[in-house]
Design a protein around this ligand. Structure first.
Ligand code: NHR
Ligand code: GAR
Length: 196
C-alpha cells in the first residue's frame, strides 16, 4: 500500500477533499493508495478533528518547541518515515501547511513532495496572494499544484485552475472562489501522481 501523508496548519479543507475523493473513487482498490496520516504544526488545527473522525492517524509537531528549522524538519521526517516503505515510497502532500521547509527535508522527499499554492504561479509566490492579485488589478486569479523544491513556490507545475476576479472582491471572497477549485484539482493531481 502506498501511503499518503498530508501536512496541514489550519482548516484542512484540501486534506478533507483528498480523503473524500480517495473514498469515493476507491483509491485503495484502484491505486493501492491510502491517506495514512495527517500531521499538523498547530495543536488547534481544525482539520485534525476531521482526520480523527475518519480514523486517520494524526500527529501534532509544534514548530515552536524546536530550536531551529533543521530540528523541526528532522522530527517531521522521522514521523513521516514511519509511513514509508521500501518499494512503496510515501507521498508527502502539503495542504495549507504554513512552514517553509529546509533544503534537507525537500531533497529527502524529492519527486514525492507536492504543494497547493493559491495563485497562478509563477505570479505571487509567498503569502497574501489574494490581496496581492486584487492590488495588482488582475482580472483572473487561481491556484497551482506543484512539486516542492528548495526554492519557495517554484517547483514544476502539475495542475492549475483559473477563476475570475470580480469587481467587489475582497481577499476573503476571492480566496473562497479559489478554494472551491483547489478541492477539484488537488485530489485529481494526486491521483495522477499515484498512477505513475
Ligand atoms: N518549502 C519549500 N522548501 N518549498 C516550497 O515551495 C514550500 C515550502 C513550504 C511550504 C507552501 C507555501 C505556499 O503555498 C510551502 C511551499 C509558508 C510560507 C511562509 O512564509 C510561504 C509559502 C508557503 C508556506 N511561512 C512562514 C515561515 O516562516 C510562516 C508563516 C505563518 O506561520 O503564518 O515558515 O504558500
Ligand atoms: C488554501 O487556500 C491553500 O492553497 C493555502 O491555504 C489554504 C488552506 O486551506 N495555502 C497557503 O497559503 C500555503 N502558504 P485548507 O487548510 O482549508 O486546505
Amino acid at each position: 500500500m502506498k501511503n499518503i501523508v498530508i501536512l496541514i496548519s489550519g482548516g484542512g479543507s484540501n486534506m478533507a477533499a483528498i480523503v473524500k475523493t480517495a473514498q469515493r473513487d476507491g483509491w485503495r482498490e484502484r491505486l493501492g493508495a491510502q491517506v495514512a496520516a495527517v500531521i499538523s504544526n498547530k495543536l488547534d488545527a481544525k482539520g485534525l478533528v476531521f482526520a480523527r473522525e475518519q480514523g486517520i492517524a494524526t500527529e501534532v509537531l509544534d514548530h515552536k518547541a524546536f530550536a531551529s528549522r533543521e530540528e523541526f524538519d528532522a522530527a517531521l521526517a522521522a514521523v513521516i518515515d514511519r509511513f514509508d516503505a521500501p518499494g512503496a515510497p510515501v507521498l508527502v502532500v502539503l495542504a495549507g501547511f504554513m512552514r517553509i521547509l529546509t533544503p534537507g527535508f525537500v531533497n529527502r522527499y524529492a519527486g514525492r513532495l507536492v504543494n497547493i499554492h493559491p495563485s497562478l504561479l509563477p505570479a505571487f509566490p509567498g503569502l497574501h496572494t489574494h490581496q496581492r492579485a486584487i492590488d495588482a488589478g488582475c482580472q483572473f486569479a487561481g491556484v497551482t499544484v506543484h512539486q516542492v523544491t528548495a526554492e519557495l513556490d517554484h517547483g514544476p507545475i502539475l495542475a492549475q485552475a483559473v477563476v475570475p476576479v470580480l469587481p467587489d472582491d475582497t481577499a476573503d471572497t476571492l480566496a473562497a472562489r479559489v478554494l472551491t477549485q483547489e478541492h477539484v484539482i488537488y485530489p485529481r493531481a494526486i491521483a495522477g501522481l499515484l498512477q505513475k
